[in-house]
Design a binder for this molecule. Structure first.
Ligand SMILES: [Zn+2]
Ligand SMILES: [Zn+2]
Length: 140
C-alpha cells in the first residue's frame, strides 16, 4: 500500500512541510481556544505521529505559543503571515496539523465535532458528524 504524503504551506509561502499517513484522526474543534487561535468558528485539524512530520522550509519562522492556563493547548503560526501551522502536543505524542494549511486534500474526511457544547451559534455545522460535548471518546 502506498503511504499517503501531504504537503502544506503558510500564506506567504515561507514555511512548508510534509506529513505522511496513516493519520490518527481528523476533527473539527469548536472550543473557545480554537476559535481565538483561528479567528473563526472552529479549528479543523489532522493528527499524525510526530515521526511522520517534517519541516521543508521556514521552520525558523514558526512561533509556538503554549497557553499557560491550559493543560495542553498550544498553537503555532508563521511570524510573517500569521497562518496557523503544525505543532506537537505538549505530551509530544501527536502532531496537530491545521487542515487549512494543507496544499492537497487528505484521503480522509473529518470524523467528529469536538467541544460541540462550546460552539458559537454562527459556526458552520451543516453535516451529520457525531458531536461531542467536550473531548470525544478516546481523546486524551
Ligand atoms: Zn508565512
Ligand atoms: Zn479546540
Amino acid at each position: 500500500m502506498d503511504i499517503e504524503v501531504l504537503t502544506g504551506s503558510c500564506l506567504c509561502g515561507a514555511v512548508t512541510y510534509e506529513v505522511r499517513g496513516p493519520f490518527l484522526r481528523f476533527a473539527h474543534c469548536h472550543c473557545r481556544r480554537c476559535c481565538k487561535a483561528t479567528g473563526t468558528g472552529h479549528a479543523t485539524n489532522l493528527y499524525a505521529s510526530p515521526e511522520r512530520f517534517e519541516w521543508r522550509s521556514g521552520r525558523e519562522l514558526a512561533v509556538r505559543y503554549d497557553l499557560p492556563t491550559a493543560r495542553s493547548f498550544a498553537t503555532t503560526f508563521c511570524s510573517r503571515c500569521g497562518t496557523p501551522l503544525p505543532h506537537h502536543t505538549r505530551s509530544g505524542r501527536e502532531m496537530v496539523v491545521p487542515a487549512g494549511s494543507l496544499d492537497v486534500l487528505p484521503s480522509l474526511a473529518p470524523q467528529v465535532r469536538a467541544f460541540w457544547d462550546s460552539r458559537m451559534p454562527w459556526s458552520c455545522t451543516m453535516d451529520d458528524l457525531p458531536r461531542s460535548a467536550e473531548y470525544p471518546e478516546g481523546w486524551r
